[in-house]
Design a protein around this ligand. Sequence first.
Ligand code: NDP
Length: 378
Amino acid sequence: MAEQLGIEHLVELSGTEMILGFLTPLFIFAAFFLAQVLLPAIRVPGYAVDTKTGEPRNYRLNGLVVFVIAVIVWAVGFAGLPRDWFYRSSLYAVAGGTGLCALIAVAAVFSQPRGEAKNPLAGMWAGRSRELSLFNHRLDLKMYTYVVGGAMWALNALSGAAYHHGRFGDDANPGVYLYAGFLTFYVLDYFVYERVQLYTYDMMHEQVGFRMLWGGLIFYGWLFILPLWGMAAHPHPGFSTVWTPFWLAGAAVLFLAGWGISRGTNMQKYTFKRWPDRKFLGIQPEYIEAGHRKILVNGFWGMARHFNYMGEWTLALAIGLVFGHFDILWAWTYTIFILGFFTWRQLADDKFCADKYGPEKWAEYKARVPYRIFPGVY
Ligand code: NDP
């Protein structure tokens, strides 16, 4: 099976290594937990409202420092940890991490009042509460999953690049290194703007259940490198020295364009939510009033109703192209997922927004900004 899929290199661990691979998420979750709780952090008010007090929830953010330390620990090979370990143990880590997430979900879900979720299995899957913080708001479980997930996404990619280098040496594919560079940059940028995450869909709509915990910790942290499961086992695609820079530079330009769209759109909304009359990149915000709420209708939010997802689509396309093996399906797994995921999420958010802002005002926005994600196309 693994051979047919082209991932036999991921099932080559010894018996002891398999057990260690299985336990790797346990060590990782514990190390990140301690780092987040013990390291200094900034305390900020968020966007989501605490249902008990009616005030904005409070968060301790230190993702950037935790991430930088995690990369250093990986780079120096702390405690003899081989740099390619996370990648080589991926399959076992996903299995062990999934079991661990189920245990965390049981504790996170069944410690909360049942609420409207009568079916325990449905409650376990989707969660019962929107927020869960520990030690007097010292650790927010949602933000913890993003810190672990984001950091492990980058570390798994770097680890895959280390494996690739060890295996192919001079015949290595520079696209694999560029891929790891893309993801490290993306995650670093995410942590630099960690506060902006407090203003996103997940913080407002997701509940703390298995879906969110597994999605944040394992899917995001380990499975988002799925393209690399196949692609780290392929050497340089064999382009000539003339074409190689075009291919790599083309992928990098596309990636940066996608990142720019996504970051710009998110920052415009964040700026608008915090300071409704402040200009963003010289653009004076225009909006539709919907009771006490305001719908932003110009700039990035005038291009399409979810232009930030266009950015994610674009950089996911760059990720598919960067390996240079355009005919291998593994290279496109992330791209395909992101296309489907954001198509679904835009539809879901559109419904939430019609409820929040009122169908009439939302219809007015839709008339003014007719495209969902891709201006002029969709
Ligand atoms: P958004 O940050 O776009 O959040 C959606 C919310 O924004 C809506 O519910 C609404 O909430 C508010 N909103 C929407 N339209 C408007 C408007 N015109 N004016 C004012 N407020 C508006 O969505 P996501 O959380 O999905 O995405 C955040 C970022 O994270 C994006 O860049 C996304 O691509 C990225 N992301 C990446 C993932 C990946 O796997 N690579 C996964 C998930 C997200 P309200 O009105 O209550 O403020």
